[in-house]
Design a protein around this ligand. Structure first.
Ligand SMILES: *[C@@H]1O[C@H](CO)[C@@H](O)[C@H](O)[C@H]1NC(C)=O
Ligand SMILES: *[C@@H]1O[C@H](CO)[C@@H](O)[C@H](O)[C@H]1NC(C)=O
Ligand SMILES: *[C@@H]1O[C@H](CO)[C@@H](O)[C@H](O)[C@H]1NC(C)=O
Ligand SMILES: *[C@@H]1O[C@H](CO)[C@@H](O)[C@H](O)[C@H]1NC(C)=O
Length: 352
């Protein structure tokens, strides 16, 4: 049990590294001259904390419209209201905005005026989760680092939407209505710094094509993906966290090399249709294969080839790095192959 808890914490820490880096950039010192203005320009509907003059709190108030945003504001909280539109006007003076939270509103694409978002030249974080968007909104400010669009109805990505977003590190499109045809040849072109792409819980049948080269975290759980194309991972040579839980992957849908990709550290393939353990690389640390149709585990077949460093006889430090393995919910008959440990000498946690 202790091993499970440690594992969960580790993954959260690693998965959050993007957020940590950006949060550090955002909390900078503000000019004390702005303090005096905090009291008189506070919109009636909102709260302006005197100790935090760059923040404007207008959340949970049943608002139907966005109030005029004073120029000193960096952080704008508008979540959980009844807002349908994002016009340009309330933002004309809000040139310092870094962060907008508009989660849990009723915003549609028709309600977003064309220049409303792109005029915010310093915006880093845009939260639009739980709204009624059918497309990724465009144009977006080029400064953007995180775009959170979970739980909308997004099925379209207008051409060129991401082409200038060179600083975007995180794109969250989970729980939307994306089909394979949402992607064009150049959809992701320009996302030079994208680290995390989350498209879990959509309606994809294929892996998204031509992903940005720096992608490290690719989350595609709860789609209907049946196969991984040959050479798929060549264009994303840094991918380290790959989640494909709850898809329709079968042995026939895997490349001959399986998931033998040396950058992958955490591979999640739970709730698929695999009958065999796919090939893995010696660098893999966490492997989730629970709830498939695997009948047997042959330790010598599963053991990835690894190369001892020249001159070293005991290659313990060079051996396969697998530490965590889930095989429960399969059709594996006892006895549990204890010779797994002969290959995976670092294995700390196994569930069969
Ligand atoms: C923007 O600032 C100008 C000058 O302070 C002010 O007159 C105007 O009402 C402001 N507009 C909005 C929408 O806040
Ligand atoms: C991207 O980030 C870098 C480093 O923080 C910054 O210098 C640059 O201006 C940003 N680009 C845009 C388009 O905002
Ligand atoms: C996928 O679906 C399962 C079963 O409905 C659910 O438990 C899980 O939270 C979902 N995961 C994601 C990332 O959407
Ligand atoms: C495991 O695979 C190896 C290599 O194909 C084979 O020689 C061996 O008999 C298999 N072991 C079992 C228990 O099936």
């Amino acid at each position: 049990m202790a091993a499970t808890v440690c594992f969960v914490i580790l993954v959260l820490l690693v998965a959050n590294t993007v957020g940590i880096r950006i949060a550090r950039q955002v909390y900078e010192v503000t000019d004390p001259d702005d303090w005096a203005s905090a009291s008189f320009d506070c919109p009636r509907e909102c709260f302006c904390p005197p100790s935090f003059p760059t923040a404007l709190y207008c959340e949970n108030r049943g608002l139907k419209e966005i109030p005029s945003i004073p120029s000193r504001i960096w952080y704008l909280y508008l979540e959980n209201n009844l807002i349908k539109t994002i016009p340009e006007k309330p933002f004309v003076n809000a040139t310092q905005l870094r962060w907008i939270n508009l989660n849990k509103n009723k915003i549609t694409n028709y309600g977003i005026e064309r220049g409303a978002l792109s005029q915010l030249k310093k915006l880093l974080f845009l939260f639009l989760e739980d709204n009624e968007l059918e497309e990724v909104p465009a144009p977006l400010p080029r400064s953007l680092e995180q775009l959170q669009l979970a739980r909308n109805k997004v099925s379209r990505i207008p051409q060129g939407t991401f082409s200038n977003l060179e600083n975007l590190t995180l794109l969250d499109l989970q729980h939307n209505k994306l089909l394979d045809n949402a992607f064009q040849r150049d959809t992701f072109k320009g996302l030079k710094n994208l680290i995390q792409l989350n498209m879990a819980q959509n309606a994809l049948r294929n892996m998204p094509p031509r992903l940005p080269a720096n992608t490290m975290q690719l989350f595609l759980d709860n789609n209907s993906i049946e196969r991984i194309p040959e050479n798929y991972f060549n264009v994303i040579p840094k991918v380290a966290f790959l989640r494909l839980n709850y898809n329709k992957l079968s042995d026939a849908g895997l490349r001959t090399s399986g998931f033998d990709v040396s950058s992958i550290l955490d591979l999640q393939l739970s709730h698929n249709r695999l009958t065999k353990v796919p090939r893995i690389s010696a660098h893999l640390e966490h492997l989730h294969l629970d709830h498939n149709r695997i009948r047997s585990v042959n330790s010598s077949l599963m053991c990835p080839p690894f190369h001892a460093m020249a001159g070293m006889h005991d290659s313990f430090s060079d051996g396969p790095r697998l530490r965590y393995l889930r095989l429960d919910g399969n059709e594996i008959k006892p006895p549990i192959p204890m010779d797994l440990m002969v290959c995976f000498r670092l294995l700390q946690y196994v569930v069969i």
